[in-house]
Design a protein around this ligand. Structure first.
Ligand SMILES: [Fe+2]
Length: 381
């Protein structure tokens, strides 16, 4: 069997990695920094401006990015980039600014409207302008994925192209030390979900497994500490690296039932992506347990559970380890507070089962399986 692994994005990681951005931006450049208002107010955007100031480049900040970005936001960001005649794009933030920036970078050179690519499947014929990704959360892994997820027509619809992979990514834990504990917890659980789903996915291969395994090990070792002691740079560095490793693994191996279920939940109820995944992960693992016990036995040991018993018993330990982690990160065990009407549950289940990412799940994702999980997380039964 022939496998492949492709990652053209140059990675810089470690404390102060953002300074390496100066080697990519020249005095002739006009850089649009796509970010959100919170990162401007917290001074994080200012840290990137300090680096840009030393390059002689001109730059403009576009900070109107909301969580779970919509097509209209992409249009606004693109218009700002065109008006500024941007020659390069910096994506600064979590998954939302990152995904918008990725799409802006390719639309600047390919022209046309987002929907032609998102809905009609038109390929990006030429590379985008240089795109530099600077993640400020350790969760999405979007800096190493060829996907951008934008909500349009009330659907979280991914746009998939190798041309969305950034030119370079700068994974700097110094930009993450002010992340509040809750955000650290849910973004870290998103990264863990990427790694666990990638490890069990139908598209997994020995290279993606290696990246996923190391991501799970690092998260098991450091996520609690990053949550509890936010300014522990060493813990932040481990979690940040884990997020990137998990991102590349899931991009190439695929995801599964947890992310499929999170799709409609986040589109219709605006539940933060990481929180939805965090709550759904143990339930999704329980569903898959019978299909991939060896993989989950591996997860159990990576999360620090002592081996013992047969493989099925060890695999179950993985589910217990994730539930324990959720508790330690002070995350809820259900999403009951978000349910608007019970009639939504079968509809969400049907939509989740039909999602493209569900196809990579080790077990077929049926509407009935999705509905059973959603009843547990929304109705606690
Ligand atoms: Fe995710």
């Amino acid at each position: 069997m022939v496998h492949s692994f492709y990652l053209p994005t140059r990675l810089y990681f470690g404390t102060g990695a953002r300074q390496k951005l100066a080697g990519f931006v020249g005095a002739q450049d006009r850089v649009i920094v796509i970010t959100d208002e919170g990162l401007v107010k917290s001074g994080t955007a200012g840290k990137i401006e300090e680096v840009l100031a030393g390059t002689g480049a001109r730059w403009e900040i576009f900070s109107e990015i909301q969580p779970n970005p919509r097509a209209a936001t992409v249009e606004n960001a693109l218009e700002a980039a065109r008006r500024f005649e941007a020659t390069a794009v910096i994506a600064l933030g979590g998954g939302s600014p990152m995904d918008v920036a990725k799409v802006v970078s390719v639309l600047l050179t390919n022209g046309g409207r987002l929907e032609e690519y998102q809905w009609e499947g038109k390929p990006f014929a030429v590379p985008g302008v240089p795109l530099y990704a600077v993640p400020t959360t350790a969760g999405t892994g979007s800096e190493v994925t060829q996907v951008a997820v934008i909500i349009d027509r009330n659907t979280k619809k991914g746009i998939n192209s190798e041309r969305l992979l950034p030119t370079a990514a700068f994974i700097d834990p110094e930009l993450m030390i002010t992340l509040p504990p809750f955000v650290t917890a849910i973004t870290g659980m998103d990264a863990l979900t990427h790694a666990v789903e990638a490890l069990a996915a139908r598209g997994s291969n020995p290279v993606t497994d290696a990246w996923a395994v190391e991501a799970i090990r690092l998260l098991g070792q450091s996520l609690r500490r990053a949550f509890a002691v936010g300014d522990d740079l060493k813990a932040r560095e481990s979690v940040a690296l884990a997020s990137t490793l998990a991102g590349a693994a899931m991009d190439q191996a695929g995801l599964g039932i947890v992310h499929a279920l999170a799709g409609p939940l986040c589109s219709y109820y605006d539940i933060p992506h990481g929180l939805a995944n965090a709550v759904l992960l143990p339930w999704g693992m329980e569903y898959n347990l019978v299909a991939v016990p060896e993989k989950y036995a591996c997860v159990a040991s990576l999360l620090g559970r002592k081996a013992g018993g047969d493989v099925r018993t060890e695999a179950k330990e993985a589910v217990g380890a994730v539930r324990q982690l959720l508790q330690d990160l002070e995350l809820p065990g259900d999403l009951a507070a978000y349910l608007q009407q019970e009639e939504d549950i079968p509809r969400f289940a049907r939509e989740a089962a039909a999602m493209f990412i569900a196809r990579a799940n080790p077990r077929p994702v049926t509407p009935a399986a999705c509905e059973a999980i959603l009843r547990k997380v929304f109705l606690k039964g």
